[in-house]
Design a protein around this ligand. Sequence first.
Ligand code: B12
Ligand code: SF4
Length: 476
Amino acid sequence: MTAVRVLLLQAPSVEGPHAEIVAPLGLAAVAAAARASGHEVELVDLNLETDPFPALAEALGRVDPQAVGIGLRNIDPLANSRHSFLPAFGALLEVVRRGLPSVPLVVGGAGFSMFPRAIMERYPSIDVGVFLEGEATFPEVLAGLERGARPSRVNGTLRADVSHLAGTPGTIVRVRDTSSADRGTRLIESPPRPWLSEASLDVVRTWLPELAGSYAGRTSYAPAAGVETKRGCPLGCSYCVYPALQGRRLRYRSPDTIVAEVEALHRETGAEWVHFNDPVLNYPAGHFREVCRRLVERGLPVRWTGFFREDALTPADAELAVRAGCAAFQFSGDGTCDRTLARLRKGLTLRDVLGAARAAARTEALSVYHFMVNVPGTDAEVAAGALELVDRLHGIHGPRENLGAIVFNNLRVYPGTPLAAELVTAGRLEPEDHLLFPTYHDPVPYQHLRYELEERHHLHASRRTGARDPIEEASR
Ligand code: B12
Ligand code: SF4
């Protein structure tokens, strides 16, 4: 082989026909890196297909790839859903394997990176797992395949032999004992690769040209185009995987690059809004302000959203953000009172949450609040405080009617988090639970709290819109 002909697939990652389908930024990043290394890459997002499996069979036949890469971004939809994307992922692996038994199959993505070993153990079809950032690792894997992935016969079937890739930083490689199919395999896990440097992140990227037109009209509240202003989160909320996925050290992209990327997205794909994909957009404030100032100067007709940290948002920053194009402030305070904020290790107080709400409410942008419900330590006082918080947020946003939504979720428990350790200690979680399938913390007796909060929110919202009470209407 010289250049490798690669088929990159985005695994099914949304639930139901009305789901928001966003452009797969991570898969696009590894596609661009592979192309820059001289490989021939075709990219197919199976979320765009009404029936993904025939589309997959067609792509396998048409591309006849020498390597297949699969992006496993999401393993479940969160939002209290009990759905899992893993059964469809397993089926996808089998379709690829049946069609191309000896082609090396590489998997990466945020969903994979949270459970690399458990996924490699569960799905023996995967030859190489790439965990965390893929921009450097994937081309290195392809270069290794170029050097010689001669298939070998395993119980009568030709299978890729990728044993020479063992030791590649940031990978788990399946080394097969060629005398027994899949039984005599070993997983060789190498240490993670150092995080990408700021210089490597600081390049303008846009959606790949072949995907540019595919996402129009696929989303209603989440912009399909994502732009990163930096990577990493130095904070340590007890349930969160973001610091593990992107590191604790903040790595910034330059404001010029960010603005140029937004402009290119608008010019080349017609994008009218983007999501800033940082774990926390406005923390620390200095870089965020500079990005906003450049956006104001450039005056692009592009609006944006992003997740804001409450204690870093001043009224002046909120105004600046809106002048720079912010259409909606997303807040993920998660705790509804001082006690739950402390328990979740948010490093925030209720005063911070309300202060940010007031700053955002003075602007014309919408605000969307996300809270976790029935978190450890919930009691009658916490429940009453949460209901009161809904009232207060509606009160704060009442004058300008700019409360977009309040979203209530239960905590999804992820491996390696302080929350998982806390639940094991409390006897609420089995230590050997791999947590691959949707696992929420929602114990008795407060499982109903989420519905009560939603109801309170909807009652406020219906009064705001002047909607009539359907029960009262029916009794007339
Ligand atoms: C920003 C974001 C969003 C934005 C996206 C906006 C947009 N237009 O892109 C919004 C808010 C809309 C969103 C929505 C959702 N999201 Co989201 N999102 C994120 C977040 C914070 C960053 C994702 C990102 O773009 N990162 C930057 C890119 C460059 O990194 P990356 O995708 O990880 O890709 C790198 C590596 O993973 C790897 N890689 C990726 N693909 C491949 C493929 C191969 C072959 C290889 C080798 C490597 C590789 O290399 C890439 C480059 O380094 C992550 C958490 C996080 N910090 O990662 C959650 C996250 C990925 N989302 C998650 C989920 C579940 C969702 C939703 C389903 C939630 C919902 N119910 O709506 C939807 C699904 C949307 C969709 N269609 O996929 C979960 C997934 C975990 C899980 N339980 O499955 C995460 C981890 C958050 C969490 N709380 O746990 N999301
Ligand atoms: S919840 Fe937000 S602030 Fe907390 S660790 Fe995760 S990304 Fe950082």
